[in-house]
Design a protein around this ligand. Structure first.
Ligand SMILES: Cc1ncc(COP(=O)(O)O)c(C=O)c1O
Length: 458
């Protein structure tokens, strides 16, 4: 906990509400009690192999996170407020991007990113119904869903192993005169081949949107993911690198795009006042908007068919505390990944181990493995074996998304073969590398995977 951080110390007080010294003292007492409660109720217990679970992911927090949550609850502002403002500023500083727009999930961030690109404000550059957006089929459903939700056409390409990211040759071949955007996730934290993807996007005048939901802190040639496309998205669900419970963000360096994203997030409104504020533009009753009567209250003018996807200040308060831990979290994920890889190298004859994309330094979300011969070593048997040992494992999300029930009757195009995507659907799984896993847990995990394969030789 870095309480000396001035911003955090300020957030744990509220000079406007805590008008009297008594109120100020009471807030401080409540927060001290929260710290005491954290130590009694939430402190980690020693790990017992085979008895205690080894999850793939989970929230990692300390007394600061709980104090921030309680401090925001004492404000009782509830909607986005001072904590959100601070979070957006700190997150933008961390990434090195100009604009951060928080939202209530990574899926909402993806929806906002794609919806923003359909804005009439973008004129010729806007995405129109039927335009193609190139993506991969080996991924999470809500990277793809907003493409369909916006009446656009997903085009699926294959991925490469062992990076699990878009195959560049396939991506290039998928581009047609109807292609208008590339929307790719940095799979499980491993950055896609940014140089090549940007080259293709530039050459074909395409929007590039990065889904960084699993990749906060990952870098490519020394710059953070989220800074390469025109728009990028993040998730703060408990499984991810930092959490707010539910939460996400859209980031961009483009002021117009940021304003459009905010509009879609906030009911589609034209006005950009923060909650509780009026007349930020100074022209609240002094403008002609469309066919509305002159001077129609700007607060009730809508320039987009929007949503309400804002977060509460309580979520932002937890996010702010999580940002204090982020550099430790990133280091811990990288260390756990390296340990797993070292431990599993002796069984590489059975498993394809993950590789970072050339030029990248991933902050891995998980440790993906692909069984080389799925007929001899059945993935289901392995997952059951791990489950018996209380070890969590996951599939690479939707496997091959085109085979998911939700895709029946949907319009999409597949470009080239999806051979590796099918391989992933059948033979890939991943285990945790999150900071909540102790070295004993990682040892037990690696030993269990090794034992499964070595036992099969007997
Ligand atoms: C790549 C990717 N994109 C988007 C999401 C959606 O994020 P959320 O769960 O916050 O909606 C996820 C969820 O894990 C994801 O892995």
């Amino acid at each position: 906990m870095k309480r000396n951080d001035l911003k955090i110390t300020e957030a744990l007080k509220n000079p406007i509400l805590d008008k009297s010294p008594e109120a100020e003292k009471l807030r401080s007492r409540v927060l001290n009690l929260v710290e005491e409660y954290f130590r009694l109720a939430h402190a980690p217990t020693p790990f017992v192999p085979g008895k205690d679970p080894i999850p793939v992911s989970g929230r990692v927090y300390d007394q600061l996170d709980m104090q921030m949550l309680v401090s925001s609850s004492l404000d009782f502002w509830l909607t986005s407020g001072r904590f959100n403002e601070l979070f957006e500023a700190e997150f933008s500083k961390f990434l090195g991007v100009k604009h951060v727009v928080t939202t209530n999930s990574g899926s909402s961030a993806n929806l906002l990113a794609i919806s923003a690109l359909t804005s009439p404000q973008l004129e010729e550059k806007r995405l129109k119904p039927g335009d193609e957006v190139v993506t991969v089929a080996a991924g999470f459903p809500t990277t793809m869903a907003p493409i369909i939700q916006n009446s656009l056409f997903p085009v699926f390409v294959d991925v490469s192993l062992p990076t699990y990211n878009a195959n560049i040759e396939a991506l290039e071949k998928a581009i047609t005169y109807r292609s208008k955007a590339i929307f790719l996730a940095h799979t499980l934290g491993n950055p896609f081949d940014v140089d090549e993807v940007r080259r293709i996007a530039k050459k074909n005048d395409l929007w590039l949107i990065e889904d960084c939901c699993d990749a906060l802190g990952s870098e490519y040639r020394g710059a953070k993911v989220g800074t390469f496309g025109q728009i990028a998205t993040f998730s703060f669900y408990p499984a991810h690198h930092i959490t707010m419970g539910e939460g996400g963000a859209v980031v961009t360096n483009d002021e117009e795009l940021a304003q459009i994203v905010r509009s879609f997030r906030d009911w589609g409104r034209d006005c950009y006042c923060d909650p509780g504020k009026d007349n930020t533009c100074g022209k609240r009753f002094a403008t002609q908007h469309g066919d509305l009567p002159f001077g129609y209250d700007h607060k009730y003018v809508y320039s987009h068919i929007g949503y309400n996807l804002k977060i509460t200040d309580m979520q932002a308060a937890v996010g702010l505390a999580q940002l204090q831990h982020l550099s430790d979290f990133i280091k811990a994920r990288r260390e756990r990944f390296e340990t797993m890889k070292d431990r599993l190298r002796p069984i590489e004859e059975f498993l394809i181990l993950p590789e970072a994309t050339r030029g990248s330094d991933p902050c891995w979300f998980g440790f993906p493995m692909t069984i080389r011969d799925g007929r001899k070593h059945d993935r289901l048997d392995l997952l059951r074996y791990l489950e018996q040992r209380r070890i969590g494992a996951r599939l690479l999300f939707g496997g091959n998304l085109i085979h998911q029930p939700c895709m029946a009757g949907q319009k999409f195009r597949v470009s080239g073969s999806l051979e590796n995507t099918d391989r992933i659907m059948n033979n890939t799984f991943w285990t945790g590398v999150y900071p909540g896993l102790s070295s004993e847990m990682i040892d037990y995990l690696a030993e269990s995977v090794t034992r499964f394969f070595n036992d099969s030789l007997r």
